[in-house]
Design a protein around this ligand. Structure first.
Ligand code: CAA
Length: 293
């Protein structure tokens, strides 16, 4: 690609969100609440219906707290359309991808998006662990690829971790910072590196809590209580692992372990590996460090 081709100045008005899961529907919600036209795309209508139901449920909580009028919530919902075709992203100014964390799936999806989307469109990934440079390499527009890492639950959490790849242009960073602010978030930038900043710090802390449990240092309630009351964390590390998903924590620990050349400080604990292989994934499976039946 010729990086020197002038693309003209652009503003972001239309956003495509790829993936209607927990993160995708949250991103679609905050984008629509900011007045963007949003198309939420997933492979099955069922997933889209569930995503829309989650948005309606979340908005009704906000309306009930009188932080938004029902009328504004209705406007936000009306700004969201859904589609099972990636081609619906063709007129988007910004695409935010929030599909499963499978590297090959991300790479092929970005190659496809690159051919579908207009040349000036920004392709952002909500990845929590996959290299932005590797994702950008799957496209012919590495200067317009960036990480836009929202936190769970998206409607509540203020941060968007902005990850600049080695080729991301400063214009793209500025546009994505501006869009994140319009969504009511606080964007903070970092460079591409294993786990970025958030998960490089968070996941080893959670893994350490799991090691403490595995070694019988304390019961889950005590470990979480100590971190909540002692460090002012809103929830303890084990409850947070259940919220994020133990499979996701294990995946990120493996990315850190490999990315930092086998440094043992990033080795996932045996208990974490065992629980994932037993299907104890936290809230989404009904059982993790706590029970959710
Ligand atoms: N939509 C709208 N509002 C919501 C909501 C949603 N989906 N979920 C919670 N809320 C609101 C509630 O209505 C409530 O509002 P008020 O303060 O006005 O009462 C508020 O958020 C708190 O909710 P709850 O009272 O139900 O429960 P809580 O006090 O336990 O808070 C929480 C829930 C905000 C999630 C809190 O537990 C928390 O901050 N947890 C830590 C979250 C965290 O660390 N997230 C980052 C995870 S890491 C990540 O995402 C990145 C990665 O790559 C792994």
């Amino acid at each position: 690609m010729d990086n020197l081709t002038p693309r003209g100045s652009m503003g972001i008005e239309r956003i495509a969100v790829l993936g209607a899961g927990q993160m995708g529907n949250g991103i679609a919600q905050v984008a629509a609440c900011a007045g963007y036209e949003v198309v939420m795309i997933d492979i099955k209508q069922d997933y889209l219906d569930n995503g829309l139901a989650a948005i309606e449920n979340s908005l009704s909580r906000v309306v009930k707290k009188e932080r938004m009028t029902q009328q504004d919530a209705d406007v936000a919902i009306s700004l969201i359309s859904t589609s099972t075709e990636k081609t619906s992203a063709s007129d988007a100014d910004l695409v935010v991808e929030a599909i499963p964390e499978i590297p090959e799936l991300k790479f092929s999806t970005f190659t496809e998006l690159d051919s579908i989307c207009k040349p000036e469109a920004i392709l952002a990934s909500n990845t929590s662990s996959i290299s932005i440079n590797a994702i950008a390499d799957a496209t012919n527009r590495p200067d317009r690829v960036i990480g836009m890492h929202f936190m769970n639950p998206v409607p509540v959490m203020k941060l968007v971790e902005i990850i600049n790849g080695q080729d991301t242009s400063s214009e793209v960073t500025e546009l994505v910072v501006e869009a994140s602010e319009r969504m009511g978030k606080v964007p903070l930038a970092c460079n591409d590196s294993p786990g970025f900043v958030s998960n490089r710090i968070l996941c080893p802390m959670i893994n350490e809590a799991i090691l403490a449990l595995e070694e019988g240092v304390a019961e889950p309630e005590a470990i979480d209580g100590i971190m909540k009351l002692g460090m002012n964390h809103p929830i303890g590390p084990l409850a947070l692992a259940d919220l994020i998903g133990l499979d996701t924590i294990l995946h990120i620990m493996n990315v850190l372990h490999e990315g930092f050349e086998g440094n043992p400080k990033y080795a996932p604990s045996d208990l974490l590996k065992d629980m994932v292989s037993e299907g104890k994934l936290g809230r989404k499976s009904g059982e993790g460090f706590y029970s959710y039946s």
